[in-house]
Design a protein around this ligand. Structure first.
Ligand SMILES: Nc1ncnc2c1ncn2[C@@H]1O[C@H](COP(=O)(O)OP(=O)(O)OP(=O)(O)O)[C@@H](O)[C@H]1O
Length: 353
């Protein structure tokens, strides 16, 4: 298989990154993780801006870094295209010459480079700005020029470092779907580094989650969103997550208390459930829900259409509940107020830890 394969370790002071990564040709993999997880370090290593401590990287069947074998191929000979967060276009060159630049450095003629650059600017829809300088381009246009510049050299690996971060919300949505369309036509491997779960979910076919220099989860977006394996991922996808030990349909939660689940299992498990499934009550609720306990509100956070309430179970699990603004008023919900939480076992998803 060509594409990209890597088994890399990098030490930077007290931080160390150990990452096994495979991206198939035509595949888009998103690398996500909290600040300081090692995403940029990984990206720089793949681009050849940082050397490995140990391990190896292969791009399109060619070893480009392998300290054990004395191999290190510099960036310009790696067949890698990079789109950085702030695009890093040359300010004194026109859009056309920015795109042609990569081909010129590969020894192609000026005419040939410009011809290819023009074709790419057309493809990404900014041909009419060919003679504008970066300062005269909008964020969305600059992003398209940066993509054209990265793809014009037919790289085997495309690295996208927060490619939409510099755009405002409206432009972002439009450029995201356009970028996805261009990537669909690209037959090389793509690695997308992003903080935005929506970018990862919408654009990638696989998500690799890095925390503290280690991969904590690797799977298709649907699986990551449905069965998060860490607190960070659960927060990202907006789910409650608890770790514990199951005996049939009862889970003893590591932090205290127990949860009733619908699917019988045994052993170490993770239990997730959506905040929208958790209802709040002033008095102990009647009804068939198996998970019912009293707690105290620790925070209220306004969201797009709901209010997210965090309830400390005081010995029972702490849960997030999404309620309407009307419910906040009717139940008189406030930080410090006592409240009952309730949700059905059938609303939970239980899976091996
Ligand atoms: N030049 C450096 N020298 C030493 N340590 C560094 C250097 N650059 C980064 N680090 C350390 O490496 C770790 C990983 O940083 P990195 O920038 O790769 O994380 P990240 O996941 O990209 O974070 P962010 O989302 O904040 O960009 C951090 O703990 C950081 O302190």
């Amino acid at each position: 298989m060509s594409g990209v394969q890597a088994a890399l370790t990098i030490r930077r002071g007290s931080f160390d990154l150990a990452l096994d990564l495979t991206v198939a040709p035509g595949e888009i993999v998103a690398l996500i993780g909290p600040n300081g997880a090692g995403k940029t370090t990984a990206l720089h290593a793949l681009a050849g801006l940082l050397r490995l401590s140990t391990g190896w990287i292969r791009i399109g069947d060619r070893a480009v870094d392998d300290p054990g074998a004395g191999i290190f191929v510099p960036t310009e000979r790696r067949r890698v295209g990079v789109v950085f967060q702030d695009y890093l276009l040359f300010p004194h060159l026109t859009a056309l010459d920015n795109v042609a630049f990569g081909l010129r450095t590969q020894g192609r003629s000026r005419a040939e480079s410009r011809e290819a650059a023009r074709t790419w600017l057309e493809r990404v829809g900014v041909a009419r700005h060919a003679h504008s300088r970066p300062a005269e381009l909008s964020g969305g246009q600059a992003q398209r020029v940066a993509l054209a510049r990265a793809l014009v050299t037919h790289p085997r690996l495309l690295l996208l470092d927060e490619p939409l971060a510099a755009l405002d919300a409206g432009t972002r949505m439009e450029v995201r779907s356009e970028l996805t369309r261009h990537l669909r036509d690209y037959d090389g491997a793509t690695l997308l580094v992003t903080h935005d779960p929506l970018d990862a979910m919408a654009m990638a076919s696989r998500i690799v989650v890095l925390e503290g220099g280690r991969v904590v989860q690797d799977g298709p977006p649907v699986e990551v969103a449905r069965a998060p394996r860490t607190e960070y991922v659960a927060t990202l996808v907006g789910l409650n997550l608890h770790r514990g030990r199951a005996t049939d349909t009862v889970v003893q939660v590591d932090g205290g208390g127990e949860l009733h689940v619908a699917e019988p299992t045994t052993g170490p498990v993770l239990v997730s459930f959506p905040p929208s499934a958790v209802t709040l009550h002033v008095h102990r609720p009647e009804g068939s829900a198996r998970n019912v306990w009293p707690g105290r509100i620790v925070s209220l956070e306004q969201q797009a259409h709901t209010v997210r309430v965090q309830v400390d179970g005081e010995g029972h699990p702490t849960v997030l509940s999404d309620v309407t603004a009307l419910a906040v008023a009717e139940l008189d919900l406030a930080v410090g107020a006592p409240v009952w939480v309730s949700f059905k076992a059938a609303e939970t998803h239980v899976y091996p830890a």
